[in-house]
Design a protein around this ligand. Structure first.
Ligand code: ADP
Length: 601
């Protein structure tokens, strides 16, 4: 009930008023009693301290001395004539005249003698007598006592009396009663006002607090659209202002975090590397499409770490690593070589886990393999002619002058041939290396495609005829001129036709045809030679690849001719490929764009 600020304020105000009124009331009533008490004794002091009055009390008259009047009556007369100064009203204050020897009642202020029956307790009167002096005794007259009194011993002639003044304090009681009523009334009135005031005060205090509370709830639920109005400049106003500022900052920070997260999500989604994150329990927290594609299987929330990467390292092993250490492994999946990097990560709330990054290294491995093969091929290709040159040169040196001149000439011929072959190989390698590094410039110009084919035809015809081949040339009419590097295109044509001549047993039939198809021109070279077995067909454009090494070498081939041809055609944005055609021999087709490379088709 007293949880709300309203009720707390009301309670505080009520308690405050109650305690204040109690203290003030007690103090007031106490002061009134003390005032009356003091006033009573000051009054008595004044009257009994007056020598004239004392003389009146203590000096017997002539009539008394002569026994005509009783001293008590005279004493009564003196007192009666001083009722005003003594404040005797016979209602609340009386006087008694007592016998000083026995304390017995003689007379009192009431003529009707009704007070005889009401003789007060007079023990202290006796005490007063024992002291034998004129003194006032009022031991009972403190503020808590129910009456005030005063006993004065008087000696008149031969007799001694006690004048006893008794005040019932009824006036004080009545005053206190009415004071008490006033205080209670004031208290009730004050309480009503304080309750009203505290409600009002609480309202002015709680309204902005309630508004602030609503605002806080709104912000906590992620709604930053409205800011809370600052209604005052007091502490709550400042708090509201600060809260608005904080909410704005929070919104900015959340926005920034959101942007970062979106960026990361996009990155995560589109990155080519696969990423899978696991919790400490080994369950999937995150994964991207690349990971599923690379691993060739779907990854669900329930997919366990062990099922995916348990063979590389256990979850505990990875979690035990200290950052930035990681474990790596390799695996073949869906025809690809995958490199896996496994590392632990720390998370503030989710206690971290394990992150696996999957990297597709298929191409890298292939390139490495090709490079290794290439180096091995180059060394092998160069070693063979070198060995030949060396052995022939050694024989010549060892037998200088002993060999018949015919043999010497033969040997020197072999040495020359082999060094030519080496020169060829090195030249071809240089050409390829220039293509690879992009240092080879093509001289593009429009030239007659037909003219180039005819030139090539005349250049190879002699060689073909030497082998007894027939060469059929079949060109479509009106072949267009094309844009390209004429020398290089001619080199490609020569290479393809030379191969047909080389790899066709003597007396074969070679066909050269050309035409136009859309924006492209084509040339096909066919022969009826040894052909290429199906398993080798896809590899003949690889560097140093030869179906029959011995035969190729015999005919002076380097195994680089078709690779160079493919590079040249590719750079012209054309194509060179084997044509799938049944029967003996081989057909190779070259296509080139009429408008040359770099031209929109
Ligand atoms: P090479 O210098 O050995 O001729 P190429 O790159 O020109 O090298 O050719 C690669 C291989 O392709 C040759 O070694 C050969 O085995 C095969 N080849 C090329 N053309 C033909 C063809 N017309 N008939 C049969 N095999 C061929």
């Amino acid at each position: 009930m007293f949880r709300s600020l309203h009720m707390k304020l009301v309670l505080i105000m009520v308690l405050l008023i109650l305690s204040l009124m109690t203290v003030v009331g007690a103090f007031l009533m106490n002061s009134v009693v003390r005032f009356y008490l003091d006033d009573f004794y000051v009054q008595m002091q004044d009257v009994f301290g007056d020598q004239v009055f004392l003389d009146d009390l203590q000096t017997p008259t002539q009539d008394e001395l002569e026994g005509r009047v009783e001293p008590v009556d005279m004493l009564k007369q003196v007192l009666n004539s001083n009722m005003g100064p003594l404040g005797i009203d016979n209602r609340t204050r009386y006087y008694y005249i007592l016998d000083s020897a026995t304390g017995a009642y003689l007379t009192s202020s009431d003529d009707a003698d009704t007070l005889r029956e009401k003789t007060p307790n007079i023990t202290h009167v006796v005490n007063a007598l024992a002291q034998g002096e004129l003194t006032e005794v009022g031991s009972d007259s403190d503020i808590t006592a129910s009456y005030m009194d005063l006993a004065v011993p008087v000696r008149r002639g031969d007799s001694s009396y006690i004048i006893y003044i008794y005040d019932s304090r009824q006036t004080i009681s009545e005053l206190n009663a009415s004071l008490f009523t006033i205080i209670v009334e004031a208290l009730v009135f004050g309480l009503i006002i304080s309750v009203l005031l505290s409600f009002l005060l609480a309202k002015t205090m709680t309204t902005p607090i309630e508004r602030l509370t609503d605002g806080v709830k709104r912000v906590a639920s992620g709604n930053f659209s409205r800011k809370i109005e600052v209604g005052s400049r007091d502490e709550i106003g400042i708090l509201t202002g600060n809260f608005n500022h904080m909410a704005r900052k929070l919104q900015d920070t959340i926005q920034e975090a959101e942007n970062e997260r979106n960026k990361l999500d996009t990155l995560f989604l589109h990155m080519t590397d696969g990423v899978v994150a696991f919790s400490r329990l080994g369950l999937v927290i995150h994964k991207n499409p690349a990971a599923e594609e690379m691993l060739g299987r779907p990854i669900g929330e329930q997919t366990a770490y062990g099922a995916l990467f348990g063979d590389i390292a256990s979850l505990e092993q990875v979690l035990a690593l200290e950052q930035p250490a990681y474990l790596s492994g390799e695996r073949e999946a869906a025809g690809r070589t995958l490199e896996l990097l496994l590392a632990p990560f720390d998370g503030e709330r989710q206690e971290g886990g394990v992150m696996v990054v999957i990297h597709d290294v298929t191409e890298q491995r292939k390139t490495e393999e090709l490079r290794r093969e290439f180096v091995a091929n180059v060394s092998h290709e160069l070693r063979t002619p070198l060995t030949n040159i060396r052995s022939y040169a050694e024989t010549l040196a060892d037998n200088a002058g002993d060999l018949p001149p015919e043999t010497e000439k033969n040997f020197l011929g072999v040495i020359l041939n082999e060094s030519d072959r080496m020169t060829h190989i090195v030249q071809d390698l240089l050409t390829l290396s220039r293509f690879d590094s992009g240092r080879s410039e093509f001289k593009l110009a429009r030239f007659s495609f037909e003219g180039a084919i005819r030139d090539m035809y005349h250049a190879v015809l002699m060689e073909a005829q030497r082998h007894g081949h027939t060469v059929a040339l079949e060109l479509e009419p009106n072949l267009p001129g094309i844009v390209g590097d004429r020398e290089r295109i001619l080199q490609v044509m020569m290479n393809v036709v030379s191969n047909a001549i080389k790899y066709t047993p003597d007396g074969g039939a070679i066909g050269i045809s050309a035409g136009r198809a859309g924006e492209k021109v084509w040339m096909e070279v066919s022969d009826n030679g040894i052909g290429i077995p199906p398993e080798d067909r896809s590899r003949i454009f690889e560097r140093f690849y030869r179906v029959d090494k011995a035969r190729s070498r015999e005919s002076g081939g380097t195994g680089l001719g078709l690779s160079i041809a493919k590079e040249i055609v590719d750079r012209h944005q054309g194509s060179i490929a084997l044509v799938d055609r049944p029967g003996p021999g081989l057909t190779l087709r070259i296509e080139l764009p009429v408008e040359g490379p770099g031209h929109e088709q």
